[in-house]
Each structure stands twice: as structure tokens, then as C-alpha cells.
Design a protein around this ligand. Structure first.
Ligand code: FAD
Length: 394
């Protein structure tokens, strides 16, 4: 068996598969290693099995990083349109769901098949079920000790992703290798993750589990107009997942429960038109019944006729509805998080090639880097773009 390769890539996920095919097409001898039994497990379960594989409106603003400029070059060189062209070349049917989010019509399996096919066409070898025990660098080459034997390579690409969903094979391997070669790791935490609530809040909202509402979730950093979902454990839905990536433990954020209108004006106008309408009745017109009931109860809003409410009382009600304050207990953590925030410090990596600035011929791609996308296909696009530029560079 061949033991020396031009390029060894560790991690056969989204970024690793793209990188392997791209490097293979460059004429490189490529070995792609993974400890899992299957390549691209996260692709397979993503988007409810249909994978939200990119977003038509991808821009650098959809990413979180210590250095917001870092992602620009790769996203520019391998764009969402490039990936769509690849999907089309393989005749995989897809559709836009909402907000530019593209999904497979049939199954995410189509994408993994496509990427494996690309690796095959490019002559890149994919080897699964391989534990990596040790990596060293001597005499200008990398030496890997693995459960399948020893390998050497001129270049090493780390594509082992983040810590989210350990049951799918996520490990801190990439961070350890980065540290071994002198890199700093931006502190990691779970992102795109549901919130858990303090016991008293959980009890108050227990009745609301399953209820979904269009809201705007916002804090001083960002604002997301999307749906919020009450769950048995706390709060979920796209609006909550999105803001979770901009939230730190102990913080409060606001939810506008009735976005798109000025609630005070609405209250005053309704009072003029229907003075005898009770406040609880109006709340039931605005919100699902269970939520209307909970809001009135929690805030001790009397069921007076609107005519009997003062402007000051209306102001208070409007404020509560427009800036409903949420103070989570925490998040569900890596068990259910879609991504890991933080990771390999991007100032120590070339944005053009993904090569380490500290260690020759070592590359980092995908989620292991401190680049985290919003919900909506942006994380896969980062994996494709960073994987592609590294594949070209190696
Ligand atoms: P991964 O795809 O995680 O691949 C890492 C690979 O490295 C894995 O195959 C793993 O087995 C391997 N590995 C890890 N440690 C080791 C080790 N020690 N030795 C050997 N191999 C190792 N993003 C979107 O854009 N759209 C979506 O619809 C979407 N849905 C998601 C749904 C879920 C439930 C989750 C968890 C994530 C979702 N994401 C989505 C995020 C997206 O999956 C990731 O951002 C993306 O997969 C990162 O690609 P990657 O190649 O960097 O890492």
C-alpha cells in the first residue's frame, strides 16, 4: 500500500470532501481520513435530511469571527453560485425554501454521493474508520500514526469541524493539533442552539410548548426577524437559534412579540374604534389564545374595557409586548447545537489559502476555524469555500 501522499486531509465532512476533490483535480496524491464509518454525517442529517446546502444571499456579514474580514476572500473565490453549478452538474434537484436557503428536493444523500463521486473522479482516496493517534512534523513532512497504519505527507489539512453533536463523531482533535503547532484557540461555545429557561419561567411557559410565533429577537449586537418556538425545555425556532450565537451566559435579550407595527398606536386606535372591547379579547386577536392568556396573567393585565385604560397603562403594555425580556438559564449545549463558535484563531491563518502562518504546510478549513455562519446554509457554504481554496493551494 502507498504510504506517502502529497496531501493528507483529516475529517471527511463538508470541508474535507470538497478539499480532497479540489486537490485531487490539481494532480495531487490525496488521502482523506476519518474515524467515522460514514463520510459527511452532518450533511446527511442537516436540514431535516434535505440539507440546507447554501444560501443564495451569502455575504461576509452572515458570519461571526474575531476577524470579520477573514472569510471574504474564500467566499469570493468559491461562491454559492459555484456550488450550485456543481450540484447542477450532478443533476441533483433543489429548491429555495425561504430567505435564499437552498435544499435538496430529495435527500442530502445526493450531496454526499456527489462529493464522493468528485473525490473518485479526482483520484482522491477516502479512508474511513481510521483513528489518528499521533501527528508529528520532521524533515519537512508530516507523519501520522493511525489505527490503519502509518502515513506521511508533505501537506496536512485539518478539517475535523467543531464540537457540536458528539454523537455524530465530533471531537476537539482539530483544536489539539492547532495547539500542538503553536496556534491559539478562540474560546469555543455552542451556537445555533435552543435556550433553556429558569425553573419559574419554564413553569409559566409550560402551557405554550409547541406554539410558534413570528418575532424579532434582538440585543445590542444584532436583530433577527424570524419565528420563535416555545418548547418543553425553553425557547427554540430560527429566531432563538440565530440570537443564541450572539448571546453570552447571564445576558438578557429582547423579543418583539408583535413586530411590524407600533403597538401603542394600535392600542390607542383600537380604543377609539372599539372602546368596549376588553383587553383580553384584543390580546386574543393579536396572539394565539394560550399566549394571550399567559401574557395577561403574568403581567396582571386586568380585563378592563379599552376605554378604561390610561395612556400610561397602554405604554406599559406596549413596552412589554415590544421588548419582552428573556433571560435564559443557558443553552442545550453541544448536544443539540448546530455549530461551534470560536476555534482556531484566524489571524494566524492565511485568508487566501487557509495555510497556517506559524507552521509550514499545515492548513485549517471549515468549522474548526473561528468562522461561524448564521442559520440558513451559511455554514456549509463556508465549508465549501474554505475547502476549495485550500484544495487549490496545497
Ligand atoms: P464536519 O462536517 O463536522 O466534519 C468533520 C469530520 O471530521 C467528521 O466527518 C468527523 O467524523 C471527523 N472527525 C472529527 N474528529 C475526528 C478525529 N479525531 N479523527 C478523525 N476524524 C475526525 N449547516 C448548514 O449550512 N446548513 C444546514 O442545514 C445545517 N444543518 C445542520 C444540522 C445539524 C443537526 C448540525 C449538527 C449542523 C448543521 N449545520 C448546517 C452545520 C454544518 O453541518 C457544519 O457547519 C459543517 O458540517 C462543518 O463542516 P466541516 O467539514 O468543518 O465539519
Amino acid at each position: 500500500a502507498q504510504l506517502h501522499y502529497d496531501v493528507i486531509i483529516i475529517g471527511a465532512g463538508a470541508a474535507g470532501l470538497m478539499c480532497a476533490a479540489t486537490a485531487g483535480y490539481q494532480g495531487k496524491r490525496v488521502l482523506l481520513l476519518d474515524h467515522a464509518k460514514q463520510a459527511g454525517k452532518k450533511i446527511l442529517i442537516s436540514g431535516g435530511g434535505r440539507s440546507n446546502f447554501t444560501n443564495m444571499y451569502t455575504t461576509p456579514e452572515n458570519y461571526i469571527s474575531q476577524n470579520p474580514h477573514f472569510c471574504k476572500s474564500a467566499l469570493n473565490r468559491y461562491t454559492q453560485w459555484d456550488f450550485m453549478a456543481l450540484v447542477d452538474k450532478h443533476k441533483i434537484p433543489w429548491h429555495e425554501k425561504t430567505l435564499g436557503q437552498l435544499f435538496c428536493d430529495n435527500s442530502a444523500k445526493d450531496l454526499v454521493r456527489m462529493l464522493l463521486k468528485e473525490c473518485e473522479l479526482a483520484g482522491a482516496k477516502v479512508q474511513l474508520r481510521t483513528e489518528i493517534f499521533n501527528v508529528t512534523y520532521t524533515n519537512d513532512q508530516y507523519a501520522l500514526e493511525t489505527s490503519q497504519g502509518d502515513y506521511t505527507s508533505s501537506k496536512l489539512v485539518i478539517a475535523t469541524g467543531g464540537l457540536s453533536m458528539p454523537r455524530l463523531g465530533a471531537t476537539p482533535f482539530g483544536y489539539r493539533i492547532a495547539e500542538q503547532f503553536g496556534h491559539t484557540i478562540e474560546p469555543v461555545r455552542a451556537g445555533l442552539v435552543p435556550f433553556t429557561l429558569h425553573d419559574q419561567d419554564k413553569e409559566q411557559f409550560a402551557e405554550l410548548a409547541g406554539l410558534s410565533l413570528d418575532v424579532v429577537a434582538e440585543n445590542t449586537r444584532i436583530s433577527f426577524p424570524e419565528a420563535m418556538l416555545f418548547t418543553h425545555r425553553g425557547l427554540s425556532g430560527p429566531a432563538m437559534l440565530q440570537i443564541s450565537s450572539y448571546w453570552f451566559p447571564g445576558e438578557t435579550f429582547n423579543v418583539n412579540l408583535r413586530p411590524g407595527t407600533d403597538v401603542l398606536t394600535e392600542l390607542q386606535n383600537t380604543r377609539k374604534q372599539r372602546p368596549k372591547l376588553g383587553l383580553h379579547g384584543l390580546m386574543q386577536q393579536w396572539f394565539p389564545k394560550r399566549l394571550a392568556f399567559t401574557l395577561c396573567q403574568q403581567n396582571a393585565w386586568a380585563n378592563k374595557n379599552l376605554a378604561d385604560y390610561s395612556n400610561a397603562e397602554f405604554e406599559q403594555i406596549a413596552r412589554t409586548i415590544e421588548t419582552w425580556q428573556v433571560k435564559p438559564n443557558g443553552t442545550e449545549g453541544y448536544r443539540t447545537a448546530e455549530v461551534t463558535l470560536g476555534g482556531v484563531n484566524v489571524n494566524e491563518v492565511s485568508s487566501k489559502t487557509m495555510e497556517s502562518k506559524l507552521q509550514p504546510e499545515l492548513y485549517f478549513i471549515g468549522e474548526v476555524l473561528d468562522v461561524t455562519g448564521w442559520l440558513g446554509g451559511y455554514n456549509f457554504q463556508w465549508a465549501w469555500s474554505s475547502g476549495w481554496v485550500a484544495g487549490k493551494a496545497v
